[in-house]
Design a protein around this ligand. Sequence first.
Ligand SMILES: *Cc1c(COP(=O)(O)O)cnc(C)c1O
Length: 404
Amino acid sequence: MRIPLIKPNPPRLSEAADELRAIEDRGIFSNFGPVNSAFEHDMLVRIFGGVGACMTVCNATIGLMLAIQQAIGNRPKQTRYALMPSFTFAAAAHAAMWCGLTPLYCDIDPLTWSASAADEERLLAKYGDEIAVVMPYATFGYDIDLARYEDMMVRHGIPVVVDAAASLGTLSAENRGFGTGFSGWVVFSMHATKAFATGEAGIVYSGNEACVAQLRQMCNFGFGAPRTATMPGLNGKLSEIGALLCRLHLEHYEDGMAHRANMAQLYRDLIPGLTFQLARDHRQAHQFAAALLPEDLVASRSDLATALRDAGIGSASYFSPHLAQQSYFAEHSVWDDLSVTDDLGGRVISLPMFDSITPAEVEEVAFVMNREMARLPHMPMQRPVRTTMPHSAAPALLEVAARL
Ligand SMILES: *Cc1c(COP(=O)(O)O)cnc(C)c1O
């Protein structure tokens, strides 16, 4: 592809020979070593204004598993659902399922594309104490309303683990890193596909320092006493070399973030026929340029992708199919009405975004998009097929009921 969908830009390890040699000379390669500790400290100060605590993990999926496991530790036995939007990445549902929970999908808001507040409240009322954890997704780095979740934790006594996988680089209205001060859990990814990319790594942040201190033990086999497991655990640690990549990246990620924000605005200006996520005044980390096709072009989405590919331009349609439309999750999850998710999932398209994308390249993508959107047949709007629960999910539900 001449203009790929993404072009990961991690720091160049080949140019960090001195730092690599220092790790070798020190002989410490993992277990929250000095490079990792220095990175966590810098991250906390530079992104979270020194408030709360953060811990590295080898990737965000493991980070979610650890956070969920800790969050549900004190929940009553009958709790079994993880309330999350279906419009998200597979990792969220997998992490909940590894913790023994059943994903319960809520619908999304048509403007922010993140969990609908009204639908979350409806499901909290309907399922009540059966919900073990609420797992909102900060969609494509969007600054979701964390004050609302803070309030939810107090009102319902249900823990909230935020999937903020794509949000490193997003700022809050207070100009702090997204998540700053939140007393639940906020999990970030530094996977190669994110705006803040190092390859494989993640961060779990919490405004509650004690929470992160215990999570660090869970992340190291649950060793609460020397080499003795005193709590659930696994190995989720980041290597010193992985931490070095993170540390180097933290030095100059700001330029890429600012550039991505400018290019996202350029897409908005140049392709008026698309609908974009509600814009904020403060910076959002843009993983790619996500947009919605007009309803009368839904049937032409794959033709559009083909035309882009023929022009040397990469594209995708995250997150379509959404979770409830993926066979494994359909078999093992619960939902009722996902109307907005179905509509949005059918219309979403992801366009190229990377640190080095030029205005000329964005103009080229916009030119092809505008040309094809004018040329492709516009079909009268058809209601998308609703994603309903498969009959095969019934035995799984009975099985859950039988366990009670
Ligand atoms: C990328 C992503 C993850 C997983 O992050 P990893 O670091 O690759 O494990 C989880 N949730 C969402 C929404 C993501 O986009």
